[in-house]
Ligand binder design. Structure first.
Ligand code: IPE
Ligand code: IPE
Ligand code: MG
Length: 254
């Protein structure tokens, strides 16, 4: 049972700093291409942006940061790029986990992990276990993740757990089975790299997220760029279905 407010069943409180930011880190390949470098150089550089954004989120008091690192459709890329991305994932886990732990970051990886090789799965479980007691920032990496996969795995687990109730499921029944059950719904969605699409990221969870798209390529996205995204978020009126007048009349609790 989730203790977070749902955007469709409740009206989440209005907070100046987004509690949960979800980011599609796009544009690594184009960043490299502009510099006549191989695409993988863009992915390597992109890891620096991850570090900077994690730090910036801690400083600003963001509690949940969810990063799309590899989609269920990214297996369609050339084999060489996929295997380099997997290797980078392994090295990043090996190199960063202690530092994340020292900084109070709890790391989770969501997605269909069964397709990763045994060593990578082991590293993921180790990293999750090492950081399990941390609460300062919940950092979630979406890897071999797809929003449709997430909804389907939740439906499958829900119906297996309580097959007698078939036909009368509610949102409240399903939500504990989503891979982000431990987090409130994202307040702010950011996509770098100029594309304006969701690319099968958190389809259910983004229902009422504020969407922010920037041309900035992920390897160039730093603390200042994050600040601009948060500033844009702060200027939005989050109505959750109500009218603007209702918000000003009743300080958001209509
Ligand atoms: C995002 O950057 C990283 C992953 C999808 C792994 P891209 O690799 O998609 O970069 P572009 O979109 O080709 O520039
Ligand atoms: C989305 O980026 C996935 C990640 C950033 C991991 P893509 O670059 O794969 O998205 P599309 O193919 O342009 O929609
Ligand atoms: Mg891309």
């Amino acid at each position: 049972m989730s203790f977070f407010k749902s955007a469709t069943r409740d009206v989440p409180e209005r907070l100046p700093v987004p509690r949960h930011i979800a980011i599609i880190m796009d544009g690594n390949g184009r960043w490299a291409k502009k510099r006549f470098l191989p695409r993988v150089a863009g992915h390597v550089k992109g890891i620096e942006s991850v570090r900077e954004i994690v730090r910036a989120c801690i400083e600003r008091g963001v509690e949940y940061l969810t990063l799309f690192a590899f989609s269920s459709e990214n297996w369609r890329r050339p084999e060489e790029e996929v295997s380099l991305l997997m290797r980078l994932f392994v090295t990043a886990l090996q190199q960063e986990v202690d530092k994340l732990d020292r900084n109070g970051v709890r790391l989770r990886v969501i997605g269909d992990l069964s397709r990763f090789d045994a060593r990578l799965q082991e590293l993921i479980h180790h990293a999750e276990a090492v950081t399990a007691g941390n609460t300062r920032l919940h950092l979630t990496i979406a890897a071999n993740y797809g929003g449709r996969w997430d909804i389907l795995q939740a439906v499958n687990r829900l119906t297996a757990a309580a097959s007698d109730k078939a036909g009368i499921w509610t949102e409240t029944d399903l939500e504990p089975y989503l891979s982000t059950h431990f987090a409130p719904e994202p307040d702010l969605f950011i996509r770098t790299g100029g594309e304006q699409r969701v690319s099968n990221f958190l389809l259910w969870q983004l229902a009422y997220a504020e969407l922010y798209f920037t041309e900035t390529l992920w390897p160039e996205f730093g603390a200042n760029a994050l600040g601009l995204a948060i500033q844009s978020y702060q200027g939005r009126e989050r109505r959750f279905g109500r009218t603007s007048e209702q918000l000003t009349d009743q300080s958001g609790n209509a």
